[in-house]
Design a protein around this ligand. Structure first.
Ligand SMILES: Nc1ncnc2c1ncn2[C@@H]1O[C@H](COP(=O)(O)OP(=O)(O)OP(=O)(O)O)[C@@H](O)[C@H]1O
Ligand SMILES: [Mg+2]
Length: 273
């Protein structure tokens, strides 16, 4: 069945997360988050340091057990499902380009792993099949970085931007229900960051991916996606979509941040972007 715009892909219900609960250092990191994403929603997630953005994505991915609340993906409650089980539904890209790829494996070996979703046994027994190689070449060619000619290059020899572009391909190779991006362009230089952002937008559109993208770059947060949410101290304080989002400016966002948090957004990455 093809997904229609009305289908809920992600539903987060009254999600609370605590760190060091019951100690003097207790930190109530998420305070009753409610959030529903429809098929194809591309949501920018912004907020100051420590607002709870990564905690939110980690909760959805299952790498952080949920304290209270529920998370549904494709209308199935995954709140208590293991990370491994959920991984079939989720593609993730992190800030560090080294995290998403294995440096001593070649480009095609990394992609083959992604195709088998980390099933090492199948990977070692079957290696890279000719049919897969053709698929990898086609997918790599869409990046426009010439990587389709570097299938047998060790990933560790590529630049951060090239690695991040491949990580993005790997994360989306099996059309995940959800794509989770946690500042995936923050470690790249501005030019490379712009390339990877364009690729992200292209893949999300081509594959109609439902996406949550954390960014400290206000310009990207405005430019990309159909919806924007702002977190502050564990709460969603701004949720803008459609026309309202299209009309946003960076200065609007800084004003919204100040109005909601009572503080200036004192984040170097924001001011530099
Ligand atoms: N593993 C952890 N143990 C204890 N506290 C944590 C842990 N992870 C996050 N926190 C705390 O939870 C709060 C939310 O952190 P989180 O990493 O989600 O913020 P963030 O919005 O992603 O910030 P940043 O923009 O700096 O990445 C912060 O106060 C942080 O210190
Ligand atoms: Mg974070």
């Amino acid at each position: 069945m093809t997904k229609t715009q009305t289908e809920d892909i992600l539903e987060i219900r009254r999600l609370h997360q605590y760190f060091e609960r019951g100690t003097v250092n207790e930190n109530h990191a998420l305070k009753g988050i409610n959030l529903t994403l429809k098929a194809g929603d591309f949501v920018s997630v912004i907020g100051g340091n420590g607002a709870g953005k990564s905690t939110l994505l980690n909760s959805v991915a299952g790498s952080l057990p949920v304290d209270t609340g529920h998370i549904l993906i494709n209308q199935t409650d995954v709140t208590y499902q293991s990370v491994e089980k959920r991984a079939k539904l989720i593609g993730r890209v992190f800030q560090d380009p080294k995290m998403g790829t294995a440096p001593l494996l070649t480009v095609e070996e990394n992609l083959a792993l992604a195709l088998r979703r980390g099933e090492w046994r199948n990977f070692w027994s079957s290696g890279v099949k000719r049919r897969d190689r053709k698929l990898f070449q086609e997918r790599l060619a869409t990046l426009g970085l010439g990587l389709e000619n570097r299938l047998t290059t060790d990933i560790g020899l590529l630049s951060g931007g090239q690695r991040q572009a491949i990580t993005l391909l790997m994360a989306t190779l099996k059309n995940p229900a959800l794509l989770l991006l946690d500042e995936h362009t923050a470690a790249l230089d501005p030019k490379t960051s712009a390339i990877v952002m364009r690729l992200t937008n292209q893949l999300v559109a081509e594959l109609h991916l439902t996406t949550l993208m954390i960014t400290h770059n206000m310009t990207d947060a405005i430019k990309y996606g159909n919806r924007l949410i702002m977190l502050d101290h564990g709460r969603i304080v701004v949720d803008i979509s459609g026309k309202d989002k299209q009309q946003l400016t960076v200065s609007d966002l800084l004003d919204l941040f100040k109005a909601n948090s009572g503080q200036e957004m004192n984040d170097d990455a924001v001011l530099l972007s």
